[in-house]
Design a protein around this ligand. Sequence first.
Ligand code: NDP
Ligand code: 2IT
Length: 447
Amino acid sequence: MKNEYLLNVIETVKARNKGEDEFFQTITEVLGSLEPVIEQHPEYIKAGLIDRLVEPERIIKFRVPWVDDEGNVRVNRGYRIQFNSAIGPYKGGLRLHPSVNESIIKFLGFEQIFKNSLTGLPIGGGKGGSDFDPKGKSDAEVMRFCQSFMTELYRHIGPDVDVPAGDIGVGAREIGYLFGQYKRIRGAYENGVLTGKSIPYGGSLARPEATGFGLCYFCDAMLRANGESFQGKKVVISGSGNVAIYACVKATTLGGKVVTMSDSNGYVYDPEGIDIEAVMDIKLVKRGRIKEYLSYRPNAEYHEGCKNIWNVPCDIALPCATQNEMDLEGAKTLVKNGCKVLCEGANMPCTPDAIDYAMANGVLYGPSKAANAGGVSVSALEMSQNSMRYSWSFEEVDAKLKDIMENIFAASAAAAEQYGMPGNYMAGANIAGFQKVADAMMAQGII
Ligand code: NDP
Ligand code: 2IT
């Protein structure tokens, strides 16, 4: 990068957010893509647009005390980062995982700004969570944690203010506990305050499926634009949570054969194709480990550790677990084994050198903020349904989701072309996502 203004902003971010590697990683990638846009818009520099964009509007950090089943007092740290409200109320998930810290929530919140803009729906960017580990906790412990978390969070959110949803460790169970507590404190039935709700109290059909299905719709659009399809392709998927499970379902429906799934302990390889009913039973019903897959499918293999999942030869790789789960070595192995497509279901699952290597070697690369935007898109559709006090059928929501994902692909491809980088969907998604936010920020004055 040569642009002095952007280089200065990057230096400031580094100095102000010491040790926040994940946040710095996304800043460097996004601002790198925006260089040609900034060169064409000197008015953005005058308006300090990027200086403002990289600084969250608000960081909320709070104590979450709760009592475990043995009567011990436990304390976790809660976060909500309200990053940008230029185009709508803050919107983004809550992550419950022991690795959660300010850098992780900031990187996720920053990515969310551009992702949400790409959906074409009126939602700003935010993210939150806690270092609470739901693994091994009873339902009652998870409930007490969620109630305590919401007892602070409620004052910062609202259907027109900030609308949290799920992410790692947060699914329908947690959203239910969070909403129950919000409703008690507010004394009003504002169910548009959270998305990812279950159906009886205002959830949207197809929200559980949305991120994984959307990933495959995006990937399919990218394949078709390049004269290819899922038909007959071998697919490697990492993770076995919400995103991975429904990516597996849709990739299979589209004619692919998914041969792996993983969790943080290891991965399974099933050469016959993953039996998704078995994975759903293990993960959604029993909250068990992926290793248990062998008791359903004795001919499958289990391998300890998750890094080596990229050694499994495939045509299409869909990382759907967590950030930086694929490094340069992983990308090199994929390329060596003939992988042609890398499309991200998790947020920022590939390191920058892995992305560079894959793209330099002709792999079609679908960046997370575009490819996994299906989840938040259906969340925004859930907000619309809650406002209307009405609900759409599964088929209606799914059709809208497909349309949105195809539009996101088209917008990313078009922006890449416009700035002389055809096929670079990473740059295209960053630029297309940025443009609407930039226009809105320019219109609203220095705020
Ligand atoms: P879940 O909690 O449902 O599943 C997470 C999966 O990833 C589990 O298999 C988990 O294994 C694995 N995993 C989590 N952390 C690690 C780690 N540090 N190392 C290895 N494996 C890990 O989460 P989701 O499926 O919802 O989220 C997965 C990814 O998709 C995240 O990056 C999330 O931000 C992103 N995403 C989610 C959306 C959604 O709507 N839910 C929308 C867009 C993106 P284990 O059980 O062992 O922890
Ligand atoms: O990363 C993401 O886009 C999500 N976890 C979903 C956010 C949402 O508001 O549905």
